[in-house]
Write a new protein. Structure first.
Length: 170
């Protein structure tokens, strides 16, 4: 029989109401999504300005996939927020706050979304983010950024996944 002497006691991660204990990076917002099933299928709202997730209008929308076990990122945008809606598959999102004037500078968040935890995630400008598909099927998500993509001069900055500037290893 294994001994508890070699075991590590796990720390609390959620409250009794299911709310996360770890603080979020300043400006990061999450809105859980409810999926309504019936005998015909499901419906799940993706975005509604009335939710107050962002004061900026809906100006551009696109869909992204990530193949199983693949990573996209680390990237950041200087002038706009990403507003991501995760709907299918299982994804780990890693965020790192390196903004000079942020009260959460140096903070790292690791979040998980997918079929059983659909949500809308708002990532403010200046926060590095990367995503890994930790499941066995393609991850599917939609981005509703606060500015349209500028093909001639993209506001998209990238670091290698293993950059020593971000204290995280996939």
């Amino acid at each position: 029989m294994p001994s508890l002497d070699a075991a590590t006691k796990l720390q609390q991660t959620v409250t009794s109401k299911g709310e996360r204990v770890e603080p979020l990076i300043d400006g990061l917002r999450i809105r859980s999504a409810t999926t309504h099933p019936d005998e015909r299928g499901t419906v799940c709202e993706i975005y509604n300005p009335a939710w107050g997730l962002s004061d900026e209008p809906l100006v551009y929308v696109y869909q992204i996939t990530i193949r199983p076990q693949q990573v996209k990122g680390f990237v950041l945008h200087r002038t706009y927020s990403d507003r991501l809606f995760f709907s299918f598959g299982t994804v780990k999102v890693v965020l790192y706050d390196d903004r000079e004037r942020s009260p959460t500078r140096g903070m790292l968040n690791e979040l998980h979304f997918g079929d059983h935890n659909r949500a809308h995630l708002v990532i403010p400008p200046g926060v590095w983010h990367a995503m890994k598909n930790v499941g066995t099927v393609d991850v599917v998500f939609v981005n509703c950024p606060t500015k349209p993509y500028n093909h001639e001069d993209p506001d998209k900055w990238a670091l290698p996944r293993d950059s020593d500037q971000i204290p995280y290893t996939f």
